[in-house]
Write a new protein. Structure first.
Length: 142
């Protein structure tokens, strides 16, 4: 699993007001600086850019509304999680598993008798193997 952040852009986020007190106020000369400051702050879930001030907000965001006589721009952080799926037979990263030991006979079976060498180094030789009835490709170091 990996994670990332993006700022929500659709909709009209100008002239916005969030009624809760900001957790941090920072100087920002342009709105992109305010947006980046929020992305780099793990406590920031939204930011209001007003003039040269960046008001960073935490959750919960309450009492959001538009104030027509205000020139603020709101940035809302959008969290997303993704998992990169393997479509070419390589082992997927991010799987939850605990390391386990194998018997020599199991390793011999996985590698087809240690027949396909992937590499060799000062600490041993690495062979290509398969587990889960050939559904997962693994590297076995001897």
């Amino acid at each position: 699993m990996s994670s990332g952040f993006a700022m929500v852009h659709p909709g009209n986020w100008t002239q916005a007001v969030i009624g809760t007190s900001p957790h941090k106020v920072a100087k920002a000369t342009i709105q992109e600086d305010c947006q980046q400051a929020c992305l780099e702050d793990c406590n920031c879930e939204a930011a209001l850019f007003i003039g040269s001030t960046c008001r960073k907000q935490r959750l919960p965001l309450r009492y959001g509304r538009r104030k027509l006589d205000d020139s603020s721009i709101a940035f809302i952080k959008n969290h997303f999680w993704y998992r990169k799926l393997s479509c070419n037979g390589h082992v997927e990263l991010g799987e939850d598993f605990a390391p386990r030991s194998f018997m020599y006979s199991e390793l011999e079976q996985m590698t087809g008798g240690f027949k396909e060498e992937l590499g060799r180094g000062s600490f041993g030789t690495v062979y290509k193997g398969e587990i889960l009835n050939g559904r997962k490709v693994v590297a076995v170091k001897s």
